[in-house]
Design a protein around this ligand. Sequence first.
Ligand code: NAP
Length: 279
Amino acid sequence: MIIDGKKVALSLLEELETKIKALEKKPGLAVILANDDYSSKIYVDSKEKHSIALGIKSCVYRFDKTITQGKLIQLIHELNENPEINGILVQLPLYSHLNEKEILELINPKKDVDGFHPVNVGKLYAGLNPYAVCCTPKGIVKLLKAYSIEIEGKDVLVIGRSNIVGKPVASLLINENATVTLAHSKTKNLKNHCKRADIIISATGHPNLVTSDMVKKGAVVIDVGISRQGCGRLIGDVDFEKVKDIASFITPVPGGVGPMTIACLMENTYELYLLQNKR
Ligand code: NAP
C-alpha cells in the first residue's frame, strides 16, 4: 500500500485550522532565512503560505550576505521576548560566516518550534516530553500510526544519523518500544541490516540507495530522502518502482514524508502557543 502523506497531512492541517480558529489570538511563527540556497527559499515560502492559510501570524526575516552574527543574535533575543511570537525557526543552513550552533542555542527552548535546541534534544533522548519534537521525525511516527503500522517490538533500521532526521527518529521509535539500528555511510553490510528490518527509514539524500534486493517481503519502507534530478524531478533514497512490489507499505517521493514535515511544524506552533498561554 502506498502511504499517502498528502492526505494524512491535510487531515492534520484541517484539525489544526479548527483549533486555531477557536483561540483567543493568533499563534505567531517567526522564520529566519539567512542563506541563498534555492531549496531553503522554497521551504520558507511554503511555511509562510501554510501559516497564513491556517490563521497563524507569519513573520519571515529574509537576510542577504551582509547579515552579521551580532544582528542575528539581537533578533533572536527580541523574538524570545516578543509575546506575539510563539515559535522561532532558523532555516538551516545559515551563510557560512554565521555560527549556527550559537544561534540555535539562543532560542528559548519553549519557542524552539523545530525541536533542535539541546534542551529539547536532551528531553527527547531521555524519554521526557520535549517542548517540541523535530518536525520530520514527528511526521514519520504520525504516518506510521495513521496507517496502524505496529511499532512496538519491531526491528527498525534508520539509515542516516543527522541531528534533524536520523538520530531524533531513532529516539522517537525507541521511546515507542521498537528495536532500532542506526546506519550511516560507514556501516558495513547495509544490505544485511536492511534485509532484517521490519521497518526501513531511509534519510540520506542518496538516490536509489535502497533497492528491491535489500528489502524483506512485507517490510514497511519510509523514504525521507529528497534529491533533485537534472530535469528538476524529485526522487527519494528508495528505488520506489521495484520496492513497492515487495513492501507492505511504502511512502512515495514526493507526497510521502514531505507534507507531514510542514503539517507538524504548524502543529508545533499551535502546541507552543498553548504552552505559553497556559493559565
Ligand atoms: P545529512 O545531514 O546530509 O545526513 C545524511 C546521512 O546519511 C548521514 O548520516 C550520512 O552518513 C548518511 N549517508 C549518506 N550516504 C550514505 C550511504 N551511502 N549509506 C548509508 N548512509 C549514508 O542529511 P539530512 O539533513 O538528514 O537529510 C537526509 C535526506 O532527507 C536529504 O535528502 C534531505 O533533503 C531529506 N529531508 C527530507 C525532509 C522531508 O521533509 N521530506 C526533511 C529533512 C530532510 P554519515 O553520517 O556517515 O556521513
